[in-house]
Design a protein around this ligand. Sequence first.
Ligand code: CAA
Length: 259
Amino acid sequence: MAYQNLISEIKENILYVTINREKALNALNKDTLAELADVIEFAKKTEQVRGVILTGAGEKAFVAGADIKEFSDYNGKQGEDLAKRGQDQVFNAIENSSKPFIAAINGFALGGGLELAMACHMRIASDNAKLGLPEVTLGLIPGYGGTQRLTQLVGKGKAIEMITTANMITASEAEKIGLVNGVVPQADLISKAEEIMNVIKQRAPLAISAAIKSVVAAVKNSDGYTVEIEEFGKCFETADFKEGVTAFIEKRKANFAGK
Ligand code: CAA
């Protein structure tokens, strides 16, 4: 796929997506968001893709936020439309994806950048990463789901502290409060994300999808326990379930077909 603001390639069933606006610290302008929406849809419908690793170009930033220059003269209605479109087409689309997304945070993850990382199912940060929601320094609040997802991940007190102070935290602080799953030296960032994805790739794809849907339901205004029960039941109808149980009984490695 040829994009202006993204680099994307599939290797061994993993789709690698790099936001490629290094000079603007990979800030999310409209075109980049539209391309992200497109690549998320591509990941969804391409059977070969088992998961996505999302990162930013260069060694300085994952994403330094929504493109401030683009919305500097927006009114309330335009602001609302920007947030709604972004949430529907990109942030919620990632969170609701049946395939796992891992954010490889290679530097600043600020504002919309941290929101993008939080929409992913897991986050690995390089040890130079800085994370924060600095929107109040612009007279804004996070608009791409940041108030909700930060609260879900780190709890109300810490979320309010981070959002109202706009302070950035280090990767190791982020790990301590559960905002990232792990921290590694920058040179090891992608291989750490691959290591996790390669384990997931050995598991039953439909069960992975059911697990993601159920966990995501737990933090939404819906009855996640009922969703979990339904998804759990559906797993029993799959060939992969039969294969998984048979392989266990026969003491061999399961060979899942995604059916
Ligand atoms: N939007 C547009 N351009 C940005 C940007 C952003 N969010 N962040 C950085 N850039 C641009 C800078 O304007 C600069 O461009 P020029 O060279 O053309 O001037 C270039 O990237 C490099 O940035 P700096 O010179 O500022 O680099 P630095 O090392 O001095 O500082 C930084 C790095 C602390 C990350 C700083 O760039 C910064 O504070 N960026 C803005 C962070 C921010 O406020 N993000 C929230 C955006 S609002 C939002 O995301 C709303 C929402 O929830 C929907």
